[in-house]
Design a protein around this ligand. Structure first.
Ligand code: NAD
Length: 316
């Protein structure tokens, strides 16, 4: 298969690209290498992490309709995995317009191309943040998600609605994946694990929000990749799927495991809850399990792998 990965220089995109190429798929990527976080890390994912692999990379923007048209026309793609997005929840409160432009309009541009060029399956990244402050846990795909609490979450919900339209009207196969807090080597510097590791290694205080009373289904990147591939292969008509780890872990345990692996205690600065954030996200993953997928990596192993990579990459 020939698969377009949008956001291919990103954390999840690069890991997915590697796995797809390992099994013999052809990969085309588009990424604009924006500076929301250090673009050098994105370049290194391409040049170091994906060293030796053969793929086509377009440096460009999913808002650029002409470029997209050129790519779809030239590349004769079978499937699309749409991961490019502005991804930070907190940052979306600072620049909501940009989130609308990239996450909503960018997705719409791609749906249009997918329709026009008869793409067999359009899989796209949604997020657990669409569940907002829902009280019922675990979060299930059938729960109402009409009350997002950040611009980011609202844009992700919007992409789900747009994908539904394209499935319904044009018969385009679409599946939205609601990712739950992904972590692992080559991860995102704006996410908690990275910020904590940075704080611990520099001996600086780390901010622990909601005074540590948080829990997550932390999901190791390899599990995210295997679940995503199961969905890319499944060609489902119009679905939404949770994809998360199978264990609820507290934030304090997450930090503890990191401290053990860094061999150093964190200086914890207890903070109140941040606007737009939610205290707990726990996934009901029965739907994706039916495709034969299961998450296998515990945080003890996942964080160990992360720290190993972090030390090597930053020469600590
Ligand atoms: N990492 C997580 O925990 C998590 C959780 C829920 C949802 N998601 C979603 O998964 C997807 C991938 O996330 P990630 O963690 O790999 O983030 P990431 O920021 O590492 O990857 C996104 C990539 O998209 C690129 N990009 C952004 N805007 C673009 C544009 N206009 N045109 C072209 N490229 C653009 C960025 O340069 C980046 O390389 C995103 O859609 C994100 O919202 C991630």
């Amino acid at each position: 298969m020939k698969i377009l990965i949008t956001g291919g220089a990103g954390f999840i995109g690069s890991a997915l690209a590697k796995k797809l190429m390992d099994r013999g798929d052809k990969v085309v990527m588009i990424d604009n290498f924006n500076d929301y976080y250090d673009p050098q890390l994105k370049k290194d994912r391409i040049n170091k992490f994906l060293k030796g692999y053969k793929f086509k990379l377009y440096k460009g923007d999913i808002r650029d309709k002409k470029l997209l048209e050129r790519i779809f026309k030239k590349e004769k793609l079978d499937k699309v995995m749409h991961l490019a997005a502005l991804a930070g929840v907190r940052n979306s409160l600072l620049d909501p317009m940009a989130y609308e432009e990239v996450n909503v309009r960018g997705t719409l541009n791609l749906l249009e191309m997918a329709r026009k060029y008869k793409i067999k399956n359009f899989v796209y990244a949604s997020s657990s943040s669409v569940y907002g402050n829902n009280k019922k846990q675990p979060f299930s795909e059938t729960d109402s998600v009409d009350t997002p609490i950040s611009p980011y979450a609202a844009t992700k919900k919007a992409t789900e609605l747009l994908a539904h339209v394209y499935s319904h009207i044009y018969g385009l196969n679409t599946t939205g994946l609601r990712y739950f807090t992904v972590y692992g080597p080559w991860g995102r510097p704006d996410m908690a694990l990275f910020l904590f590791a940075d704080g611990i290694s520099k001996g600086k205080p780390i901010k622990v929000f909601n005074r540590g009373k948080m829990s997550r289904n932390f999901t190791y990147v390899d599990d995210i990749v295997s679940g995503t591939i199961a969905v890319i292969d499944a060609d489902l008509k119009c679905e939404i799927m949770n994809i998360g780890g199978d264990r609820e872990e507290t934030l304090m345990r997450y930090i503890e495991v990191l401290e053990e692996n860094m061999g150093k205690k964190a200086k914890k600065k207890m903070m109140p809850m941040q606007p737009g954030d939610v205290p707990a996200t726990v996934a009901d993953i029965r739907k994706l399990r039916k495709l034969g997928w299961k998450p296998t990596t515990r945080i003890e192993e996942g964080i160990r792998n992360f720290v190993e990579w972090y030390r090597k990459y930053y020469k600590i």
